[in-house]
Design a protein around this ligand. Structure first.
Ligand code: ADP
Length: 629
């Protein structure tokens, strides 16, 4: 015997399962949204990240510090002032450097970004070499040559006085050409050159060879925490706002006012061309708004970045996805658990977190990509809100359908009960008003008795059905011999069938299959199928009942030669109060509730009901029920 179960438990299970299914679907949706956000931000987020980076860059500025560098600029004014322009720049440069070399305290280092690969006026070259010789910690720059591949070195008479040779390259972004990073070093063939910013820092601090690891470079006791990547070891430059940029003194200004050489005292000097007309690669920075700058200026700022250790490093790769997941989950929870406006207030908090999170990291010198959390929060909020709106709409529809069903049920009760009630009323009135003979009185009393019994039965069925659907009824577990039960139902139907000259036939049932369940309810189900078969069949036809055991199930089939149904009707017959048009026209009394009760009974017993029907040919209803072992 199976342990008794209650319908309430069944119903609770059902609700729980439905809620669980809903929760799984909702989590799945949020998971999908998260994946889409990750995909979008990896695919298309780079430029958004750049915009956000630049905006934060301008919004948050580190405290001003005393600058350690000065630029000796070969600007437009200098070039137009020198006879022969750039071609003859070496002499004024030599004189300017000579002035700078003489100041006290001496400059800490001098980094020169000029092409010194060709021979010019030997006398001037000698003068320049002489100045270089006297220049402390001189860094010269070299360019990369394509053909043949290699470093294009300054002439040996200059190079011999250089304490280091560096590069002056920058790395503009692929997306918008803004220079946010410089490569700390460049490799050509086997030769490595460090950025002149780094070399100037190293020499000015008396450092030895930089110590490299995959994650960082140590230079003169300062750890520069930028990883080596496929694109090189890229360092973010913490540019100064335009009103605080590295001071610039032109060669012309210095030569005209030699006393200004004092401004270079004790500083690191960056020497290079700043005249836009002379520079082939124009670079822009997060501050320049389309205006261009030059390599030497960028490297001077990079030098300041290293001196102040203002290293803007990436957060670990896993943080943006984790933060984004957290935002999606929080948005999901807000809409699942917070009512009304509170959910939207929660959404605003989620959005604010997505925007301010990267900014807070930025103020702590960590770069947190903006696109992923912003996309995740936006999509997460949109999806959660849409989902909850759908759920609310569906619940509303359900509640409306429930109310409609309830109204139908009330209608059924009042309608069905009116007939027995008026019979009882009429008979009792007759008895009390008139002096009836004994026989008549007996008849009336019998009528009152049978009608009130019918009424009681109807109330009982109606209540049972309501309790059944509310899951409040306990299901009895009795052993029911199939043959016996079918026989009882057939006998009960026989008078109805005889009135229409319909033959009721029970086909032999092999063995003695046993069912397990509530006998009263089972009989109701079987009787209902039989009366329907009789009701919806023309006179002088046959209704055949058959039963058998098959694969652990007991099958009970009721087959008629009646009006039948088309497939569209078959789909609807289990709905409460549904009747086919042909059934209505047949004149047979009915309410359309019987089959819905049968279906509930069968399903509560762990079985199912199947229908095969054809209009004008007949129907066969089969109950498939678990057999008693
Ligand atoms: P009722 O018989 O009181 O109308 P049911 O719920 O028992 O209610 O049946 C619902 C409808 O299904 C019937 O009105 C009828 O249209 C259709 N139906 C049920 N059984 C048969 C059958 N054996 N043959 C044809 N139609 C049927």
């Amino acid at each position: 015997m199976r342990t008794p179960r209650t319908f309430r438990r069944n119903l609770d299970d059902l609700k729980l399962r439905r809620r669980l299914k809903q929760a799984i679907a909702y989590s799945g949706l949020l998971g999908l949204i998260f994946l889409i956000a990750v995909w979008i931000s990896y695919g298309f987020g780079a430029q958004l990240n750049n915009y956000a980076y630049d905006a934060m860059f301008r919004l948050y500025q580190p405290k001003p510090w005393k600058l350690d560098s000065v630029i000796l600029a070969i600007d437009e004014a200098t070039i137009s002032w020198v006879d022969g322009g750039m071609m003859n720049i070496r002499r004024p440069l030599a004189r300017a450097l000579h002035l700078i070399d003489a100041v006290q305290p001496a400059p800490k280092a001098v980094a020169v970004d000029l092409i010194l690969t060709d021979r010019r006026d030997p006398e001037v070259d000698r003068e320049l070499a002489g100045v270089f010789r006297a220049t402390p910690n001189l860094v010269l720059s070299s360019l990369i040559l394509d053909d043949p591949l290699g470093w294009e070195e300054p002439r040996p008479e200059f190079a011999r006085w250089a304490a280091a040779k560096g590069h002056v390259y920058a790395k503009p972004s692929d997306e918008d050409n803004v220079t946010r990073v410089i490569p700390l070093d460049k490799h050509v063939l086997t030769q490595q050159r460090w950025a002149i910013a780094l070399e100037a820092f190293r020499l000015s601090r008396g450092g030895g060879t930089p110590l490299e690891s995959p994650d960082d470079v140590e230079v003169a006791g300062t750890l520069i925490p930028f990883k080596r990547t496929d694109a090189g070891r890229l360092m973010r430059v913490r540019y100064l706002p335009p009103d605080r940029s590295v001071p610039r003194i032109s060669v012309k200004a210095l030569l005209e006012h030699p006393s200004r050489a004092q401004e270079f005292a004790g500083k690191v000097v960056f020497v290079g061309v700043t005249a836009a007309s002379q520079v082939s690669d124009r670079l822009s920075t997060p501050y320049s708004f389309g205006a261009t700058t030059t390599g030497i200026e960028i490297h001077a700022e990079a030098f300041e970045t290293i001196v102040q250790r203002l290293f803007l490093t990436d957060v670990p790769l896993s943080w943006p996805p984790l933060f984004s997941l957290l935002l999606v989950v929080t948005a999901g929870l807000c809409f699942a658990y917070l009512p009304g406006w509170r959910a939207y207030a929660g959404a605003v908090v989620v959005l604010a977190a997505a925007v301010t999170g990267p900014y807070i990291f930025f103020t702590h010198q960590r770069v947190f990509p903006f696109a992923m959390p912003a996309t995740a929060a936006t999509l997460g909020i949109a999806a959660s809100a849409a989902w909850q709106a759908l759920i609310i709409r569906r619940d509303l529809r359900r509640a409306e359908a429930e109310r409609a069903r309830y109204q139908q049920a009330m209608h059924f009760v009042t309608h069905e009960m009116r007939t027995p009630l008026s019979a009882i009323q009429g008979s009792s009135e007759l008895i009390s008003r008139f002096a009836l003979n004994e026989e008549k009185r007996q008849q009336m009393a019998q009528l009152i008795n049978s009608e009130s019994k019918r009424l009681a039965r109807m109330v009982e069925i109606f209540l049972n059905v309501e309790r059944l659907s509310a899951g409040q009824m306990e299901l009895k577990h009795e052993e029911i011999p199939l043959k016996d039960m079918v026989q009882v139902c057939i006998e009960r139907t026989r008078p109805l069938a005889e009135r229409k000259h319909i033959g009721l036939k029970l086909e032999p049932i092999n063995g003695d299959p046993l069912l397990c369940g509530d006998r009263e309810l089972m009989e109701y189900a079987c009787y209902n199928l039989l009366t329907n078969a009789v009701k919806y069949s023309p006179q002088r036809t046959h209704v055949t009942v058959s039963g058998r055991k098959e694969n652990g199930h007991v099958l009970l089939a009721v087959k008629d030669q009646g009006i039948g149904m088309d497939s569209r009707e078959v789909k609807k017959v289990f709905q409460k109060f549904y009747r086919t048009r042909k059934a209505e026209e047949s004149g047979e009394a009915g309410t359309g509730i019987g089959l819905s009760i049968v279906q509930q009974i069968v399903e509560q017993h762990g079985g199912r009901i199947e229908v095969v029907s054809q209009p004008g040919i007949g129907s066969c209803f089969t109950l498939v029920l678990p057999a008693q072992n």
